[in-house]
Design a protein around this ligand. Structure first.
Ligand code: SAM
Length: 271
């Protein structure tokens, strides 16, 4: 497990940029390290998780800071949303050396897989939500190869990265093909990896208005706003940016990984 006893103590003593208040760090460590969160909150059914996350907000809101509760909820929901992608992503990323994680959120993927950080040259995690970023910034600050920044992708030099990662993010970006075009125009050999839940095409049309208009205003669900993408709409985004699929992984019925390269790429291997 990533959070050793020694590391926890070291973190507790380190006051620099420590975003945790009072006993918040202890609570987080108990959660992650010992899985000691109340049984009800780790129920594997997504609907129970969302419901219980709301209950947790109400129950603990006087005890812990709002940001911390959002962060903890994020980590609880993450296990359902993204954990299943992890082993596949670790495999795909093991031969990549410089990775840009766009919309990294709480960086749970990196916190869960520090070995990938050690084996890489450079990892940059960016997000436009400052609140959520302060926790991974602190928890990963002893790793010299990874940086967690509040930065827009358009302010970065894409040539520095061989891989750009979007885990459950692309649906939140307006006109996402323009972002892909920007990446491939600057660095045609860059591999772009998308890992997200996909929906039935008709269902995604019905579901999208709720995700766009209602979810942003609901605590917990505001993490999952944006278009509900289908397999077809994901492909359309990639094609519109002059990209092609070089690898497709069917993780389960809804979770898929798309590995895409630019049609202008000069590297012709399967990534
Ligand atoms: C559902 S969360 C996924 C976070 C993380 N990748 C994960 O799997 O846990 C989506 C994240 O994308 C971020 N995001 C949305 N639009 C973005 C943009 N244009 N640039 C960077 N981050 C963005 C949001 O702030 C949010 O943290």
């Amino acid at each position: 497990m990533y959070f050793t006893e020694k590391k926890c103590l070291q973190l507790m003593n380190d006051q620099i940029n420590n975003p945790f208040q009072n006993n918040e760090l202890h609570t987080f460590i108990e959660l992650i390290k010992y899985g000691q969160i109340d049984e009800q909150y780790i129920n594997y059914n997504i609907f129970y998780k969302v419901f219980n996350s709301f209950c947790m907000h109400n129950k603990f809101s006087s005890q812990f800071s709002k940001d911390f509760l959002n962060f903890v909820n994020y980590t609880i929901l993450y296990t359902t949303e993204s954990q299943l992608f992890e082993n596949y992503l670790v495999n795909i990323l093991s031969n990549k050396t410089s990775i840009l994680d766009v919309g990294c959120g709480a960086c749970m993927f990196w916190l869960n897989n520090p070995i990938l950080i050690e084996n890489s040259k450079k990892i940059t995690c960016i997000d436009l939500n400052q609140q959520i970023l302060k926790y991974p910034k602190y928890l990963l600050n002893q790793h010299s190869k990874i940086s967690v920044d509040y930065t827009d992708i358009y302010d970065l030099d894409i040539k520095l990265y061989d891989t750009v990662l979007f885990i459950e993010v692309i649906m939140q970006i307006p006109e996402p093909h323009k972002m892909l075009q920007h990446i491939w125009n600057t660095n045609p050999n860059c591999t772009i990896i998308f890992a997200h839940n996909i929906y039935n095409h008709n269902l995604s049309k019905i579901f999208t208005p709720f995700r766009i208009h209602l979810f942003p205003y609901l605590p917990v669900l505001n993490l999952a706003y944006g278009k509900a993408l289908s397999y077809q709409t994901t492909l359309e985004i990639i094609e519109k940016a002059q990209g092609q699929i070089s690898q497709f992984i069917h993780v389960d019925n809804t979770r898929k990984i798309f590995v895409a390269t630019s049609k202008k790429s000069t590297i012709h291997s399967i990534n």
